[in-house]
Design a protein around this ligand. Structure first.
Ligand code: ADP
Ligand code: MG
Ligand code: MG
Length: 255
């Protein structure tokens, strides 16, 4: 079992107005085999958490820690995080001119494993994963993210997930811009990875829709850079009917 532990995380970002605090003490533990959903209104800091786990240079940790199996994640380079088994879709460049999907995947796999995968089994694995995600085989020869549609980007994310076999995956708004059919295919991919490797998932989403297909064990509601409430899947059902309003309204002074 592996554990990603986020303790009292405070994160700031530099803006025109100076240093702005965005995360104000986030504590969260994700074990392999568990699925955690982070939900919350726009601007509450969900993506900031994902970028901070990914090691994006724009975000500064001012307090708290992130460890993976006891090792200091914040001291790791982006590559070291991937090698340790933490998968972050957004760590990869938006477009990689001249690099095909197939070469990109092989390079990433080689970097993570420390040696190149055996060509025959690898080619077979890639084909099968693409077939499972209903991806045209021609897709493998396209340049990474060049002219990809929203849906293709998401499928490419899940293709990486299935082939790179991380221990923990952080998926930020994987559901955004997907129609129901694509959402089902992408969700099936995540569920396959969960079953095959006991993947731990940190699923960040504004909407409850994806949680019908990827059932969370735990739901955390993030508001203003903090976890405002935690619960099981029933909390997602409540958010679906009630929305986030009650987290945003000022406390009732009379009670
Ligand atoms: P969410 O993903 O929950 O919608 P974000 O983490 O994207 O929230 O944003 C949280 C807050 O931090 C917002 O007010 C946003 O404008 C601000 N923020 C996030 N990243 C940056 C950045 N790179 N520069 C300036 N402000 C940022
Ligand atoms: Mg804040
Ligand atoms: Mg976001």
């Amino acid at each position: 079992m592996s554990v990603l532990e986020i303790r009292d995380l405070h994160v700031t970002v530099e803006t025109d107005e100076g240093t702005t605090p965005i995360l104000n003490g986030v504590t969260l533990t994700i074990r392999t085999g568990e699925t955690h959903a982070i939900m919350g209104p726009n601007g509450s800091g969900k993506s900031t958490l994902a970028y901070t786990i990914a090691g994006h240079p724009k975000y500064t940790v001012t307090e708290g820690s992130i460890t993976f199996d006891g090792q200091d994640v914040l001291a790791m380079t982006v590559d070291e995080r991937a090698r340790a088994g933490v998968f972050l879709a957004m760590q990869y460049p938006v477009e990689i001119p001249g690099v095909t999907v197939t070469n990109f995947l092989r390079t990433a796999k080689t970097a993570i494993e420390g040696e190149a995968p055996a060509l025959r089994t690898w080619t077979k694995d890639v084909k099968e994963a693409m077939k499972n995600l209903r991806m045209d085989s021609k897709f493998a020869q396209r340049n990474v993210n060049e002219g990809f549609s929203g849906g293709e980007k998401k499928r490419h994310e899940i293709l990486q997930l299935e082939l790179l076999k991380p221990k923990i995956a952080v998926l930020d708004e994987t559901d955004s811009g997907l129609d129901v059919d694509a959402l089902k295919i992408v969700s099936e991919g995540v569920n396959r990875a969960k079953e095959a490797t006991g993947l731990g998932v940190l699923l960040i989403t504004h909407y409850t829709r994806i949680l019908r297909y990827i059932r969370p064990d735990f739901v955390h509601v993030m508001v203003a850079g903090r976890i405002a409430e935690e619960g099981g899947p029933e909390l997602a059902d409540r958010l679906e009917s009630e929305g986030y309003d009650r987290y945003l309204e000022p406390a009732d002074a009379t009670d």
